[in-house]
Design a protein around this ligand. Structure first.
Ligand SMILES: O=C(O)C(=O)C[C@]1(C(=O)O)C=C[C@@H](O)C=C1
Length: 433
């Protein structure tokens, strides 16, 4: 971008920063003020106050994110007019904010840049948390800002997000966590098809699971990262709470269906509580819920969101074997995320090694000698030749960092394959549900 355009972009970002300072302050005053209205009344009011251009649905999602956490216990009951005045200020400031975001959008459009900028979003999230005087928790503030940014993007372009479906899967939940509710979501049947949808341009971004803290890697996604030209532009860590969902009570369950990974994450619980039930591996957790709905004695292991979406009762909540059960998801697209700096970027690579003594050691030395921290290394059959392996590496740093560039140049000298999969902010959006 030319200097002129950059100045214009920065001017609008400065204006957004000034508005955010006020919004964060007002949101905190808002949760300390109880006008006595219920959620539906508040949502109807913000739609009434809405001066545009944000949609009513976006404003309501912003307020829902705030109300989800509830009023602060120290909230003072006050006359509704005082709360209305606060709401009016918040809504007006958000409307000014979105106009500046719109100006930025025009600049991006004129320069062929993407509206979605995961690095700037990470900066906005860090900024609002740093400004936050409380009592709103930072996590709630991030959920609110997720919806603010989602609404801004939606006014520029209704981005299409393809995810491993059907609706209400954990991947759907992770996608909303990253992009907010104002964009368009498209459930896709398989992981390769999610990649294909983005490669063809039918969708702007794709969201796929990559690893779970209990069950390990999702091989399909790893294989697709090797084959595809898409980059990783963001990541989401989602805490997973599995539920046993069925029309029948626990004693009557003879079959449990889910995706193999989800069954694996609940293996001990299932063995202890319904040892005689047959475990059946199906294509997705949401499909398991749909089929459990129609058959007595059949249960699904899936999210509370899918029980709600498909209207099937939850028999038992939280049946995962470990409480710290977290799945990491990747957002893939054609965008290259810019560096965030300060050790807050992550880079993913895939390499192969020569079949010779010391090949792995030489590779590791290329990183260690430059002070680059590897956060993960995992091998996987290359599927090209028997006993030939790919190594998937995550490191702390960005592709544009000089030491990362030098390490990659070093690797290119002795590894048959070195493929950069993406550099992206090593932070995660707050979980939505
Ligand atoms: O600063 C930008 O680049 C913007 O487009 C604004 C904004 C925002 O609303 O704060 C919107 C979308 C981007 O993904 C990041 C930030």
């Amino acid at each position: 971008m030319s200097e002129d355009i950059n100045v214009k972009l920065l001017r609008n970002r400065d204006a957004i920063d000034a508005i955010d300072r006020q919004v964060v302050e007002l949101l905190n005053q808002r949760v300390l003020t109880d006008g006595g209205a219920d959620e539906a009344t508040v949502l109807a009011k913000v739609a009434r106050l809405n001066p545009g251009p944000l949609s009513d649905a976006t404003l309501q999602a912003i307020y829902r994110a705030m109300m989800l956490a509830g009023l602060d216990p120290a909230a003072q009951a006050t006359e509704p007019a005082r709360v209305d005045a606060l709401d009016l200020k918040i809504v007006e400031l958000l409307s000014q904010r979105v106009k500046h975001a719109g100006e930025i959008g025009k600049i991006k459009h004129a320069n062929g840049a993407d509206y979605y900028d995961p690095t700037r979003e990470a900066q906005v999230m860090a900024k609002v948390c740093a400004l936050n005087p409380g009592p709103i928790q930072n996590q709630t503030l991030q959920l609110i800002y997720r919806e603010v940014i989602s609404g801004s993007i939606a006014l520029e372009k209704r981005l299409v997000i393809a995810y491993l479906g059907p609706e209400a899967t954990y991947t759907h939940q992770a996608a909303i966590c990253n992009f907010g509710v104002s964009l368009e979501y498209r459930p896709i049947k398989t992981i390769p098809d999610v990649f294909a949808e983005v490669e063809s341009g039918a969708a702007d971004y794709g969201v796929v699971p990559i690893e779970n803290s209990t069950e390990g890697a999702v091989f399909h996604s790893m294989d697709m990262l090797v084959e595809s030209d898409l980059h990783i532009c963001s990541q989401v860590y989602l805490p997973i709470e599995h539920c046993l969902i069925s029309q029948s009570p626990l004693e009557a369950i003879r079959e449990v269906r889910s995706k193999d990974q989800a069954l694996g994450q609940c293996r001990d619980w299932l063995r202890r509580n319904i040892p005689n039930a047959e475990l059946v591996d199906v294509v997705s957790t949401a499909e398991a819920v749909c089929t459990a709905k129609a058959s007595e004695g059949v249960a699904a292991v899936a999210s509370a969101l899918s029980a709600q979406r498909y209207d099937v009762p939850i028999q038992v909540r939280g049946i995962q074997d470990r409480d710290d059960n977290v799945t990491r998801f990747l957002v893939v697209g054609k965008t290259r995320a810019k560096p965030l700096g300060d050790g807050r970027d992550k880079t993913s690579l895939v390499i192969s090694l020569r079949d010779e003594c010391g090949a792995l050691e030489k590779t590791l030395r290329a990183f260690a000698s430059r002070g680059i921290n590897l956060s993960k290394i995992e091998s996987r059959p290359s599927r090209k030749k028997a006993w030939d392996y790919y190594f998937f590496i995550d490191l702390v740093g960005h592709y544009e960092d000089a030491n990362v560039q030098a390490a990659l140049a070093d690797l290119e000298g002795h590894c048959p394959l070195v493929k950069w999969l993406g550099s992206y902010p090593n932070v995660t959006p707050a979980a939505t549900m």
